[in-house]
Write a protein that binds this ligand. Sequence first.
Ligand SMILES: [Fe+2]
Length: 205
Amino acid sequence: MINSLFGIPIYSDKIILNEKEIFYFLNLEYKKLNQEYGYKTKNNYVLDNDSIKNVKNQVLNHLNIFLFDYLKIKKNVNFKMLNSWCTRYETKANANGHLHSNSLFSGVFYIKVNKFSGQVRFHKNNFWRNLLPKCLDVEFDESNEFNGEYWQTLPEVGDLLLFPSFLEHSTLPNESNEERFCCAFNFYLEGQIGGDMNTLKIKLE
Ligand SMILES: [Fe+2]
């Protein structure tokens, strides 16, 4: 038997998107990112549109399962969606490693992808070691949750991932001749935490 200690949780499940909802996301106004072949919506609140509230509700339901059922966060706090945007990656585009600042939990769901659109990869931080120093080139027969430097998955349409915002992630190049669309979002907590002399009340606008 082997136990895994202090693991970083990544929640994955599926949401259902109908044709109208997919049309909404694909036809938003996009602007070029500071990289080749990558675009992002001008709107930073794409999930706040009324026509898409069924999608937002599905995301919120999954967030509750992740945070309250799996992670057992006490329900005296709420998590509020701060922003939501879509990205569009043309052929060859990839997303460099990044994390989501000013946020506690983040997520993404996939709107238009195929098996050549590129995996999403989550990276172990170079300064955080759970096994061996980074400067030691021990070889492994296969990667697992203990020895891996990253974990990646090939998303399908409707796949949803939720993760702590500090976790660095990237996207491998889009090798397909179709554009790749996904929607990302951030959450922060609201409410009262701590007790007696270290109480912290957080209220978001
Ligand atoms: Fe991201």
